[in-house]
Design a protein around this ligand. Structure first.
Ligand SMILES: *Cc1c(COP(=O)(O)O)cnc(C)c1O
Length: 483
């Protein structure tokens, strides 16, 4: 299986996740990397994983992805605030970190299709609870050779999230609200993927389905890049001396972002601790303390919704490595997760987790962190980043480890304005609309409202279709003109 085939296929035939056969070492020094642009760094990292892409192909994907869609030339700026560096991964088209991978995935996929002589049009099907849908739409909009269909729960996303999606431009995009919740949307999409008859029918019409969700290896590899870039830039600005290590703190949900940091460390990047930050859904915090993963617990809705997850899918890839690349052991644990909702790793495996530690923040702690940092420094962070900032504070208090630390900042505060403003002003804003709060945030922080938000204030609604859960297949057929 080549890298391009794995990207096209998404999931292995037995339901498992694709992993690199071995984690390559960085074959270039940090000193050399420190003079490079984000795009150049991306090439040096990604070429080591995507080994069947030519230099020309990969560079073209990178340059199409990391361009003017980002509101800063450096793509991922770092802000020094108090005693940490905030790596801002939210300067892309949907102002959240999923843009880092979803800006390039469409190009990797169409290149992969070409390389594998696939003539069909690629149809991306996605169910979303808000963020992934918009980032995927923005990434695939007007990319030749692709179409994208996004299903979202009509009454289950925030007004800003809905507006972001239904105003999406691009003739190849299609957004449909369903009368049901996120699970209904996801089950509906899975049912379409599993429908052999429909698959055949679509193949005859020149279409094949693919998926843009976070278990695609094509989303993981681009995420390694910004860790390398961050290290190199700290070295360039003399904040880091040759031979020094950095710690990283990652607000975690599906375990994709922090797994990329782990891969970066395995490649030789000088990373010390990987601090995994959770909100009240602290399955991972418990796992790192005890070695037991147990999803049998209530699902808690928090103000950091992109981390409200009880099954962190990408953990499967970490387990594979700490089991000594034992696929059988990995499969056994994943089966237990399916049947019992829990599993325990061996003490041998647990020993391999020494680089990780888990911390979590309650709703109250995260809100206090947003307010406190704003009051002390004027810097405003979003609710997900706040969970990471709390985790960092607890870690330092516990360990007195003052290694330079990069806190991964995964969303713009403008994406979760209501929660951010309520944290700062310590009150509820029931009477104000999201856009009024956005203006208030701009005023108190002295920052500009991002283009991504300004755009939707006045944008035309282009997608008005709503369907029942059992009408999803028909909606796909209609959009593709296969009836
Ligand atoms: C998706 C997301 C996360 C979680 O990232 P994982 O890779 O799933 O761990 C954290 N913060 C924000 C804002 C996100 O959109």
């Amino acid at each position: 299986m080549t890298a391009s085939q794995a990207i096209l296929q998404g999931l292995a035939a037995d339901g498992g996740l694709f992993v690199p056969t071995k984690i390559p070492s960085l074959d270039i020094s940090l000193e050399t990397l420190s003079g490079m642009s984000y795009q150049e760094t991306a090439y040096e990292v990604m070429k080591l994983f995507l080994t069947d892409f030519t230099e020309e192909e990969l560079k073209s994907c990178i340059n199409c992805a990391y361009d003017k869609k980002f509101d800063t030339e450096v793509i991922v700026p770092m802000a020094r605030v108090e005693d940490a560096y905030y790596l801002e991964l939210f300067h892309g088209s949907t102002i959240a970190f999923k843009d880092m991978a979803l800006s390039i995935l469409p190009y990797l996929m169409t290149t992969a299709a070409k390389k594998n002589q696939i003539k069909n049009e690629i149809v991306i099907l996605t169910a979303t609870s808000g963020d992934t849908g918009k980032a995927a739409l923005a990434g695939f909009a007007d990319v030749p050779g692709t179409k994208i269909i996004v299903f979202y729960p009509k009454d289950g996303v925030s007004p800003v999230q809905e507006k972001q999606m239904v105003t999406q431009k691009g003739d190849n995009t299609h957004v449909i609200g369903i009368r049901g919740n996120f699970d209904d949307a996801q089950n509906g999409v899975k049912a379409i993927f599993g429908d052999e008859e429909m698959k055949k029918e679509l193949l005859e019409a020149g279409f094949q389905f693919s998926s843009a969700n976070s278990i695609n290896i094509g989303r993981l590899v681009p995420q390694i890049v910004y860790y390398v870039y961050a290290c190199a830039k700290l070295l360039e600005s003399n904040e880091l001396q040759k031979g020094d290590k950095i710690n990283v703190v990652v607000p975690t949900g599906n375990f994709g972002n922090i797994l990329a940091a782990y891969y970066a460390k395995q490649m030789g990047l000088p990373i010390g601790k990987l601090i995994c930050a959770s909100n009240d859904n602290k399955v991972l915090y418990d796992f790192f303390r005890t070695g037991e993963y147990d999803r049998n617990r209530p699902f808690i809705l928090t103000t950091s919704p992109s981390m409200d997850i009880l099954i962190s899918s990408n953990l499967e890839r970490l387990l594979y490595r700490i089991a000594g690349e034992d696929a059988q052991k990995d499969l056994e644990l994943m089966e237990l997760l399916k049947t019992e909702g829990r599993y325990e790793i061996t003490s041998e495996m647990k020993k391999q987790l020494a680089d990780f530690c888990g911390y979590y923040a309650s709703e109250k702690e995260a809100a206090a962190k947003i307010a406190g940092t704003y009051e002390n420094t004027g810097y405003v962070m979003d609710t997900h980043t706040a969970v990471a900032a709390c985790a960092y504070e607890k870690y330092v208090k516990d360990t007195q480890d003052h290694t330079r630390t990069v806190i991964v900042s995964t969303a713009s505060p403008y994406k979760f304005t209501r929660s951010v403003m309520e944290a700062i002003d310590k009150k509820q804003y029931g009477g104000m609309t999201d856009f009024e709060l956005i203006d208030k945030l701009a005023a108190i922080s002295g920052t500009e409202v991002p283009g991504a938000i300004e755009e939707i204030r006045t944008a035309l609604v282009r997608h008005k279709k709503v369907c029942e859960v059992n009408g999803m297949k028909q909606a796909v057929r209609e959009f593709l003109g296969v009836e």
